[in-house]
Design a protein around this ligand. Structure first.
Ligand code: UD1
Length: 451
């Protein structure tokens, strides 16, 4: 069966108290909308229509970055969920198949649940997704059931006391034949407590035509919606707990799981050990058998097998670490390839650079990659020994097997096997230290006497 997704994302999200449209607030560094798109995307939809409104341009940009084939429609005025879905009518003209309506602010929906909705559609004309609420709350529409037949949905505001006590509530997600859905939407009125066009009127309208409606159940955690920053933090927490558990099940050691922050796209191989307080920003892949030591921050990078990072290391976008590399404390690596077995162990910045196999970068080395206007590249060959506190003023190349003396400022290329020294020659003055000490002590004594 062909499937089209309609994802509602026009709401303002007043309670977020933000300039950013609600659906773009991130969970695990990924906008909520993108989470919803990925869940729906697992069904291989023929069309994905995003209904935008508040912050439409920003929302459209984020949606297209995830799926450039997504169709963006705009709901100028937010007149209710049925009105929102109606905006997808032109985009889906001629489409024959099922529409699944998703909410952009409900990021945890499981693709398997959506699959179950599609399966339920084989025996029912309209399928809603519901869940049992643990506590009665004045928030969700109530699903009025007779056996497995969904009679109607009553919004909390419009419900009687008796209906409000029902725990089977509406997630808002729906599956229905496209043509039928738009026909039913045409019949929706806004005569209710909110004066909105409710999508939740569809079951009653379908029943009136003698069609069959049902509601299937999912876990409350899947329908967790986000309305405020407090909800957002809670949702992120739910994501983190799940993702950490999955990683541990896949054979990754998290020494203090609750202190490791993951992104939605973090990939970590088995037998890798993650020490406490590590942050994974977007776009990180760590292969098997690596060690990420405490307080490291990784983003947009690739760490190969057997590498050791940190403690207190920062890997920025474009850091590409080959097997068995070592990046130690207070080292920042950006847009740089560190080849197999190379070491950058202490207090260094390696940016816009390549470091060859087996090279050792001494403490305090800086690739001076920026001249204030442009970025330049540093190339360090194989088995190079870069002495501590070397400044490599890019663009510059250090050949294979070369060495730089401690404290050297390298401004010219160094040929292979050469030693680069660029610092004043040392001079020792015999007896001078003793003289200097005596002079200073005498000065101090005179000062103490005077005061
Ligand atoms: C809706 C359901 C309710 C359900 C609840 C679950 C209706 C009428 N009610 O209520 O039964 O229990 O979800 O969370 O559907 N939106 C638009 N345009 C609009 C209105 C809404 O795009 O004109 C979007 C919102 O951005 C949001 C989603 O639709 O993503 C749900 O809208 P919201 O107003 O939050 O619905 P609820 O009142 O929560």
């Amino acid at each position: 069966m062909s499937i089209a997704l309609v994802i509602l994302a026009a709401g303002k999200g007043t309670r977020m108290n933000s300039d950013l449209p609600k659906v773009l607030h991130p969970i695990a560094q990924t906008p909520m909308l993108v989470h919803a798109m990925r869940a729906g995307g697992a069904l291989n939809p023929e069309h994905t229509v995003i209904v935008t409104g508040h912050g439409a341009e920003l929302v459209a940009k984020a949606a297209r970055a995830e799926d450039e084939t997504a169709t963006i429609v705009v709901q100028d005025e937010q007149l209710g969920t049925a009105h929102a879905v109606a905006q997808a009518r032109d985009a889906l003209r001629g489409f024959e198949g099922d529409v699944i309506v998703l909410f952009g602010d409900t990021p945890f929906i499981n693709p398997e649940t959506l699959q179950r909705m599609i399966e339920a559609r084989q025996s029912h004309d309209l399928v809603m997704l519901g869940f049992d609420i643990a506590e009665i709350q004045p928030r969700y529409g109530r699903l009025i059931m007779e056996g497995d037949r969904l009679v109607q949905i009553v919004e909390y505001k419009d419900a009687t006391e008796e209906q409000r006590a029902i725990r089977f509530t509406n997630s808002g997600l729906m599956a229905c034949d496209a043509k039928l859905m738009f026909e039913l939407i045409d019949q929706v009125s806004n005569e209710n407590a909110s004066g909105e066009y409710y999508l939740t009127e569809l079951p009653a309208l379908a029943n009136a035509r003698g069609l069959s409606c049902t509601a299937i159940k999912c876990d409350e955690a899947e329908t967790l919606g986000v309305d405020s920053r407090v909800d957002l933090a809670a949702a992120d927490g739910v994501f983190q707990t799940r993702a950490r558990t999955e990683l541990m099940q896949l054979g990754v050691t998290l020494m203090a799981p609750e202190t490791v922050y993951l992104s939605a796209d973090t990939v970590i191989g088995r037998d890798t050990v993650i020490e406490p307080n590590v942050v994974f920003g977007p776009g990180v892949t760590v292969e098997s058998g690596a060690t990420i030591r405490a307080f490291s921050h990784l983003e947009g990078c690739h760490v190969s097998r057997g590498a050791t990072i940190g403690p207190y290391a920062r890997l920025r976008p474009g850091a590409e670490l080959a097997e068995n590399t070592r990046v130690g404390n207070f080292v920042e690596i950006k847009n740089a390839e560190i080849a197999e077995g190379a070491k950058v162990n202490h207090l260094s910045y390696i940016g816009d650079a390549t470091v060859g196999t087996g090279s050792n970068i001494g403490a305090g080395t800086i690739t001076c990659n920026y001249d204030g206007v442009m970025k330049h590249k540093t190339k360090i060959g194989e088995n190079v020994f870069v002495g501590s506190n070397t400044m490599l003023v890019a663009p510059v190349t250090v050949g294979d097997g070369a060495m730089t003396a401690t404290g050297t400022v390298v401004t010219r290329d160094v040929e292979p096997d050469a030693l680069a020294v660029a610092r004043p020659r040392q001079e020792n003055k015999p007896g001078y230290a003793r003289k200097l000490f005596d002079m200073l002590k005498a000065k101090k004594a005179r000062r103490d006497k005077g005061s």
